[in-house]
Design a binder for this molecule. Structure first.
Ligand code: NAD
Length: 307
């Protein structure tokens, strides 16, 4: 059986480090870092994510401010809000929760954020710094995944890595970070021919697609390290019976509650082939939040783009 890479345990470790650093700041008379979260409208999933981020701030001593513009806020009103946060010397990090309502231009909003406060790492300047291999605020999900892989001693240099998904939030930055560690990286996506064969080449397989149970056990190279970024809610029992055939726990939960969370990888099947696998939930999700708080501390300490 594969080793389960416990993202929650490693995230707790990261949060403890942040908490200690925040306490040290306060002890030396400095203020706590402050994260401003902008949540537009009332999308239920976004509300859950924001609640989790704010609760994690409280746990580490990071201050948080929540701004909740109505769903019909205009682009210029949102821009004004972001400009105000950019100019506020007591705000270190700004996070605009995605997705935004359809009438708003997400990129335009993200590009407004002062790069030194861009704790999600989505601003082109920070993406450019990652591209050039320079330090900067890096996207939380891939950077925390990389930290966890290193913590577990996963060798990357010279290994074949396949990243499934090419989003700017996860897939592309993850591929760049693996490349930085000298892995030989392939980015696969919805138009890749013979996806199973490409995945089977991977010593490290990262799935960030958003398709429940897409990656079957037979797609995984024996002994591979599998990082499952996908978060999907399954409600269809017939579909669940197919993708959870080797995962009796998930199937039982689906039957009992009528819904269950799962990743892009068939966990039960992966456990029989891989060397190590991240579970969903309890894998990459908690790491993302820990990465965000680490970035907020980093922004506060002005380690990024000093001056
Ligand atoms: P996205 O929708 O922006 O990108 C999905 C990518 O998958 C695209 O590049 C597309 O080409 C590729 N793709 C789609 N269908 C495919 C298929 N059948 N075969 C191969 N590739 C396919 O998604 P995203 O924002 O990168 O998120 C991906 C998943 O990760 C989602 O489930 C999301 O909820 C999850 N996510 C989790 C965390 C976390 O903290 N765990 C953070 C971010 C995203």
């Amino acid at each position: 059986m594969a080793q389960i890479l416990d993202g929650k345990a490693y995230a707790d470790r990261m949060l403890d480090e942040v908490k200690a650093a925040v306490a040290a700041r306060k002890n030396s008379g400095l203020r706590a870092p402050c994260l401003a979260v902008v949540l537009v409208g009332d999308d239920p999933a976004s509300q859950v994510y924001v609640k989790g981020k704010i609760a994690a701030c409280a746990k580490t001593g990071i201050e948080s401010i929540e701004h909740r513009p109505a769903a019909d806020v205009t682009q210029s009103e949102l821009n004004l809000l972001i400009e105000g946060l950019n100019a506020d010397p007591d705000v270190d990090g700004i996070l605009v929760q995605l997705p935004l309502p359809k009438h708003l231009d997400s990129k335009a909003a993200l590009h407004r954020i002062n790069p030194a406060k861009d704790v999600d790492g989505f601003h082109p300047l920070n993406q450019g710094r990652l591209f050039e291999g320079l330090p900067g605020l890096r996207p939380c999900t891939p950077s925390a995944c990389m930290r966890m892989l290193k913590f577990h001693g996963v060798e990357m240099a010279g290994k074949r890595a396949v990243v499934l998904g090419r989003s700017e939030i996860v897939g592309k930055p993850m591929a760049l970070m693996l490349l930085e560690e000298n892995a030989t990286v392939t980015i696969a996506h919805s138009r890749t021919a013979d996806l199973p064969a490409v995945c089977r080449e991977a010593d490290i397989l990262v799935a960030a697609v958003g398709r429940p149970g897409l990656v079957e056990g037979s797609w995984i190279k024996p002994g591979a390290v599998v990082v499952d970024v996908g978060i999907n809610r399954v409600t269809d029992l017939a579909f669940g019976e197919r993708i959870f055939a080797a995962d009796p726990v998930k199937l039982a939960k689906l039957r009992e509650k009528g819904h269950v969370l799962c990743g892009d990888v068939r966990f039960g099947e992966a456990m029989q082939v891989a060397g190590a696998v991240t579970p969903v939930p309890g894998g990459v999700g908690p790491l993302t939040i820990a990465g965000l708080l680490r970035n907020t501390l980093k922004a506060c300490e002005a380690l990024v783009c000093p001056g």
